[in-house]
Ligand binder design. Structure first.
Ligand SMILES: *Cc1c(COP(=O)(O)O)cnc(C)c1O
Length: 414
């Protein structure tokens, strides 16, 4: 990122700090500060690039910050799963040589045409006959000659039962109808793929086993040659109360399932991690503006990076940055800064019993679906971005995995 350039969410300071406490001491910030940890994202990217038994596509929607995209690219992630024409343009602009795969099953025709003709996108996903026809039409030459280099992935509906956040009801074709669509897609595709998404934060590798069984049934039913099997996202990160098995277990199970599929030996295995590649990239410093008993009014919330904490009760670890507070902990809920009652995070969040207005809090593990969710609603949502050198509050990639003191800092409310 060039000096003076705008980061995705605020102005990116050029100076590095050792940790959140140093940022508070130096800046005493009036607005929330997002902390970037490039070393953590680089470590995650290298892990997937080296250990996943196939190709890893970064799912850009989890965190589209250009500074993060550059870190992932430099650490071996060459393919990017994009879902809108704005994401196509953003990644193309940031990483001119990246391979872009447009994996939203419902796209405007104009977006497909621009992606194919202007940005070199060849891979598209679909889950209906209408979308297939739309893709063929939008990518044809002016004289009507159909494109001969399309890589088309048919999205199967699979169960989200093993994941914290469902992606099962919206997209994906039912197994009963998949055979016909696979055959029709095979007719026009240079490469034919099958893809699915087990839901986000899949807490057991078994989620992929049941999905791969559906892939097998669909391939057998259609009797088509399949060139790509794409197991989607869903790879978990670590949050309080949610400690999944090591990612290596997921990779082993997926590799075994892939090897036993009726596909040619030259077919490729893909995955689309979002959360797992970026969760550790960001945390955020917020300030307590007011305390009312066990309710803390902080300066970010439901319309900011804490969207998931408010809307789906997601558990993020927290840490008080004020010095000299007592060891005894109290349980708190948070109000965000907007005037909306819904700007509320029930928690409970465990913080010092004598926390006061003016104290700062670091909220961890906000790289995935956190920093990306900020809006400007009600005049909030601005702030700055700095880089820190310390470890994220939890890590899948460090070996020791987690500081146990942080592990139950936020108690599940579900
Ligand atoms: C959101 C999404 C992903 C990333 O999911 P994670 O759970 O963050 O890994 C991957 N692929 C598709 C098609 C998605 O919509």
């Amino acid at each position: 990122m060039l000096p003076g350039q705008q980061a995705y969410w605020g102005s990116l300071e050029l100076q590095n700090y050792p940790d959140a406490l140093s940022v508070v001491r130096a800046l005493a910030p009036d607005e929330p500060v997002i902390l970037n940890r490039p070393h953590a994202a680089a470590r995650a990217a290298r892990f997937f690039a080296e250990k996943f038994p196939g190709k890893s596509l970064y799912a850009v929607k989890a965190n589209p910050s250009p500074d993060l995209l550059e870190v992932l690219w430099a650490s071996g992630i060459t393919h990017y799963d994009v879902a809108s024409i704005s994401e196509v343009r953003l990644v193309r602009e940031t990483l001119p040589e990246a391979v872009l795969c447009y994996m939203h099953p419902v796209k405007p025709a104009s977006a497909i045409a621009e992606a194919y003709k202007v940005h070199g996108v060849r891979t598209f996903s679909l889950d209906s006959r209408e979308e297939l026809d739309k893709i063929v039409k939008a990518t044809a030459a002016e004289d009507g000659t159909p494109a001969a280099d399309l890589r088309l992935c048919v999205r199967l509906r699979v169960s989200s039962d093993y994941s914290e956040l469902s992606l099962a009801s919206k997209f994906g074709i039912d197994l009963a109808d998949a055979g016909e669509l696979l055959q029709a897609t095979r007719q026009v595709a240079d490469w034919l793929g099958v893809c699915f998404h087990v839901g986000s934060q899949a807490m057991t590798p078994f989620a992929y086993v049941q999905a791969m069984e559906r892939v097998r049934a669909a391939i057998v039913d259609a009797s088509v040659t399949v060139d790509i099997v794409d197991v989607g996202g869903g790879f978990p990160s670590i949050y309080p109360g949610m400690e999944p098995p090591p990612l290596g277990d997921y990779f082993d199970v997926i590799a075994r399932a892939f090897e036993s599929l009726p596909v040619s030996y030259s077919s490729e295995l893909w995955c689309e991690p979002g959360r797992a590649l970026c969760a550790e990239y960001n945390s955020m410093i917020v300030r307590v503006e007011k305390r009312r008993d066990d309710e803390l009014y902080i300066n970010d919330g439901a319309y900011g990076a804490l969207y998931d904490a408010a809307h789906v009760g997601w558990r993020f670890p927290v840490k008080c940055l004020a010095e000299g507070r007592v060891d005894a902990l109290g349980t708190y809920s948070f109000y965000g800064p907007t005037c909306d009652d819904a700007d509320y995070m029930e928690g409970p969040f465990l913080l010092p019993a004598d926390i006061q207005p003016g104290d700062y809090i670091e909220v961890g593990m906000l790289g995935a679906y956190g920093a990306a969710m900020k809006t400007r609603f009600n005049g909030f949502g601005t702030g700055s971005v700095v880089t820190v050198d310390d470890e994220p509050m939890a890590s899948q990639y460090r070996g020791d995995r987690r500081d146990p003191r942080q592990s139950d800092n936020v108690v599940s409310l579900r």
